[in-house]
Write a protein that binds this ligand. Structure first.
Ligand code: NAP
Length: 473
């Protein structure tokens, strides 16, 4: 595919192969943008910000709704693109495409709800003759940098509010999964978004990143990805707004009175969705000792029944990791944990980029897979005796995006809700639950700021005060 740079779709002599991680076959190529292309993108966006700002609320909402409609009409086509370039099975990909329609529809609704308020200038002596209000105005140019694991919907989470807020946007999608983002860009243009307001440039973040994030024409960097790239960006960004949606290592507590069948079912799905390449995927499960063995045995049985393989086969439960290198990393972390005393209950092997559902117990705290984000299909089980012990253990890593707790006791649920240190506590479901309109983001190394359309729209606009001095009023 070509990239949308300036006002046209362009290709370049330098290209990047986009590969299907299942069999490593080349499914397409995209241009490798150069530093000159970065300059074109920045200059175009800086000029187009007035066009974006000039769109009425009605026009912004219309474009967003039309784009949502185009995707809704082509769910299968978008799902296939997501499934082929990424790790998701076709069923998981259909879910993501449907969520993208919802995300853009909510963005259109939020565009219409973007409001200021009147200001009581007479609340301080001297202000009697003043009247006024503030409205929310676009911030200008938003740079959106996105990861590989939700190549469509996480892009929509940035483009939707940026356009709803009247901004020009430069999108830099993940190099391994640029096709869904390019197709979404095409849909926006087909829906009538004015030329220049959105550009999508493809190329390596490590090569283009600094030039993009450092440029003063960019007013906000909205980043979703790993901690390492996030920290690099933070160190270069200068005086700009920043949104950081980073990784996690999500904990779940299963109390002795929980509905165990449900807890097992939803935690298995939460651990192995998208082959565990999910920022809110279940990684550590703390289970009350009274029900530990039952939970563990059911969990392992269900995990072992998973069918891994071809993503486009309807019967496949779990696809490959994004590439063989990532699969090798997970294999290495599992082996390291075993070497340090962990017991492997399921999986742990690897065939190319396919890692089967992997379950460990007795994982020591010094094992990387205990405290780092595994971002793969591996989960650790721990028995616990006491609720405070479980909450402290859950909080003991340097991430905090989602945490979950299962119990039928309201007091236990309240204690978990209050004690778990994270952006969202999900009760009686796994950490892998998100509604696209809810505030979404984390604490500690999981990031800064919140997405979710209403919340990103606040971030991507700023208040502007209008104050009249009206003597005689
Ligand atoms: P990544 O390696 O950090 O890459 C994310 C994006 O950043 C890619 O577009 C990448 O470009 C770009 N990038 C890399 N280095 C850069 C630099 N120096 N300057 C500017 N951009 C740079 O992450 P990933 O492997 O794609 O995604 C997995 C991570 O994302 C996990 O940690 C996961 O938890 C996190 N994530 C978080 C959320 C959330 O909402 N909190 C959601 C999904 C995923 P290239 O592709 O060219 O390297």
């Amino acid at each position: 595919m070509k990239m949308l740079l300036g006002h046209e779709w362009v290709d370049r002599e330098d290209t990047i192969d986009v590969r299907d991680p299942f069999d490593d076959s080349i499914i397409d190529t995209v241009p490798a943008a150069s530093h000159a292309d970065v300059e074109t993108a920045l200059a175009t966006a800086a000029a187009a910000k007035d066009t974006a700002r000039g769109m009425t609320t009605y026009e912004r909402a219309q474009v967003l709704n039309r784009t949502a409609g185009l995707i809704a009409d082509r769910i299968e086509e978008f799902a296939e693109t997501i499934a082929r370039e990424g790790s998701k099975t076709i069923n998981e990909a259909r879910g993501e495409a449907r969520r993208c329609v919802n995300t853009l529809t909510i963005a259109a609704e939020e565009a219409k709800r973007l409001q200021g308020e009147t200001i009581p200038f007479d609340s301080f002596p001297g202000g009697e003759a003043r009247r006024g209000y503030y409205e929310r105005v676009p911030i200008g140019v938003v740079l959106a940098i996105t990861p590989f694991n939700d190549p469509l919907n996480l892009v929509a989470h940035k483009l939707g509010p940026a356009i709803a807020g009247g901004n020009a946007v430069i999108l830099k999608p993940a190099t391994v999964t640029p096709l869904s983002a390019l197709k979404l860009t095409e849909a926006f243009m087909e829906a009538g978004l004015p030329s220049g307001v959105l550009q999508c440039i493809t190329g390596y973040g490590a090569v283009l990143g600094d030039a993009l994030v450092e440029d003063s024409r960019v007013r906000m960097v909205s980043f979703t990805g790993g901690v390492e790239a996030g920290e690099r960006i933070m160190s270069r960004v200068g005086l700009k707004k920043i949104g950081m949606e980073l990784g996690s290592n999500s904990p779940v507590i299963v109390w002795k009175d929980a509905d165990l069948d449900w807890a097992v079912e939803t935690c298995v799905s939460g651990a192995f969705w998208a082959a565990g390449q999910n920022c809110i995927g279940v990684q550590r499960i703390y289970i009350h000792r009274d029900v530990y063995e039952q939970f563990r045995d059911d969990f392992v049985k269900r995990a072992a029944a998973y069918r891994t393989g071809d993503k486009l086969d309807e019967a496949t439960n779990m696809g490959p990791m994004i590439n063989e290198g990532e699969a090798k990393r997970v294999e290495r972390w599992v082996q390291e944990a075993v070497d340090k005393g962990a017991t492997l209950l399921a999986g742990g092997t690897r065939e190319g980029s396919l890692v089967p559902p992997t379950v460990l117990e007795n994982v020591p705290p010094e094992a990387t897979i205990h405290y780092e984000e595994v971002f793969g299909p591996a989960v650790n089980l721990y028995p616990v005796d006491d609720l405070d012990e479980a909450i402290n253990a859950a909080n003991s890593v340097n991430y905090g995006l989602h945490a979950a707790g299962f119990s039928n006791d309201v007091t236990v649920c309240h204690r978990m809700a209050a004690g778990l240190d994270c952006g969202s506590v999900i009760l009686n479901d796994s950490t892998d639950y998100r509604l696209d309109s809810m505030p979404f983001g984390g604490v500690k190394n999981s990031g800064l700021g919140r997405e979710g359309l209403k919340f990103s729209l606040q971030e991507m606009t700023e208040p502007k005060v209008i104050c009249w001095y009206l003597p005689g009023v």
